[in-house]
Design a protein around this ligand. Sequence first.
Ligand code: FUB
Length: 454
Amino acid sequence: MKSVLRTVLCTMGLLLPSVLFPSAAAADNPIVQTIYTADPAPLVHDGRLYVYTGHDEDGSTWFTMREWRVYSTTDMANWTDHGSPMSLETFAWADDNAWAGHVVHRNGRFYWYVPVRHRATGSMAIGVGVSDSPTGPFHDALGRPLVNNNEIDPNVFIDDDGQAYLYWGNPNLWYVRLNPDMISYSGAPTQIPLTTAGFGTRTGNPDRPTLYEEGPWVYKRNGLYYIVFAAECCSEFIGYSTAPTPTGPWTYRGTIMPTQGSSFTNHPGVIDYRGGSYFFYHNGALPGGGGFTRSVAVEKFSYNADGTFPTITMTTAGPPQIGTLDPYVRQEAETTAWAQGVETEPSSEGGMNVGYIENGDYLKVKGVAFGGGASSFTARVASATDGGRIELRLDGPTGTLVGTCTVTGTGGWQSWTSVSCPVSGATGTHDLYLRFTGGSGYLLNVDWWRFTSQ
Ligand code: FUB
């Protein structure tokens, strides 16, 4: 991503990312800025909201995707990067197209259904990764495809009676009843009739007379079954249908999210979390973004009284933060509302760290509750060069300076040490900016940080 940003800036004759991102300090959408992400699939587990995504490679001119990624939040504003716990290498029988998947929790395990290209046939198939943890690592549950009919975008819904259904398809829409083991099924895959009553009317494409295109997302709310999907092509919008049973008959209900946002695909994920309803999607909102370099974003919404959707439009603000973030416990550096100019990578001390930090880059952490005041700041850092400084600023990358930590070389990018510095003037609740300054080239890495209260 860093190299893409630099190329874009040079091409445009721009020197500073802030020129491209005049409102980056205020924006929280897209939720990931360090890489291009696509095809969000949210899951709530043990009080956290996880979102599983694909990863569009930098500079892609096709859906060039080799791995999946995981992010999580507890406040809908600050997201933790958990890296990539599953990739094409997980599936020995697959060779390309790590496309739109879905994770469900059952039997104490996490099952990740993904479409990939089957090496032996060259056609798309659906595999299943399994893990004991929502952040992986995942391994191939079957050693072969679960479904192999050259269609994509699996989504699993578990009904109140325990019956699980796998839905998928483009250009058709299929379902099959999964067995309780979640990695086998009973009965034959069944095509859901794509009628115009069920899925709306598309004009100008006799091969696809309904609006259904791909990306089904099925769930139940107040006894009503919903199927939300990418509609029409191209560009896609997000539409939905409802039914009295998980197998239909479906009735088309209209548009949720109109065509917007510089990506000709879109992909829905709908979930309730901590009393609110959230709509995940993707667009092409980052620099260099477009149809093959997409970014996942999220909006908060409320259902209408009759259970229908309001129209949801893409924003750069994203949802309001739920609560505040505690700076007096260890916070991962890769937990951010916005990460400007940096990348993440696996840390030798576990989890991820923020790296590839250059002069002027920054991390925004939203809604940090300093309360009566912080007296010092400690960070876990490493540097293979001469290091740099971590400026602690409030409410903007050039906002009030409340402390500066100096980092010197540690002998390696994964040679970690802790540095501390005094803090003054950090009281109440503010957006915290860790702004990095120093010479040219990469300065330092950060694994985690913590303030001490007065
Ligand atoms: O990301 C690759 C494909 O693009 C997905 O499988 C579709 O849903 C579309 O978003």
